[in-house]
Ligand binder design. Sequence first.
Ligand SMILES: [Fe+2]
Ligand SMILES: [Fe+2]
Length: 181
Amino acid sequence: MDDVFEKRLPKPEDLNAMTEECLKAAFAGESQAAEKYMVYAEQADEEGFPNVATLFRAISFAESRHARNHLRVMKGINSTADNLAAAFAGESFEIDEMYPAYGEIAKAQQNTQASRSIRYAVKAEMDHKSMYSEARDEALDGKDIAAQPVSVCLVCGHTAIGDVPDKCPVCAAAKEYYRTF
Ligand SMILES: [Fe+2]
Ligand SMILES: [Fe+2]
């Protein structure tokens, strides 16, 4: 189903640099809108506006389709081994460059909530990086990773493969706060 858009593309095309920059910006914007609308939907539900929540969820899905279309046209979707390499590179950038710099700014400006939000993210990215690295090694051999539950702490995003810890090692949330995939 996800390939419906691709099947309708007239033919693969080489993007001009400026068009590619536009699509990158649009991909970022649409992705952000999709996430924001999902959070707005939860808020609407909590405030007793279930129909507004439905509207937010549906429009979030539409923005997500736009983001995917942009990504596909940018040739940002490749083989799983390549996608794992791209995901690994993204996590590495966040760990090595982005979050250390952002963290220093937040610290210098004494924004403790921002510091915590950044610390939660960077801790999880480290786990994600090694998970993607191991998965890529398997994919390059044509193998899938072992079937194991992957669980995420709803508070901080800590990610665990296999058993769920009794207490989140990053934010100390209890086991019940994990969502398992
Ligand atoms: Fe990550
Ligand atoms: Fe946590």
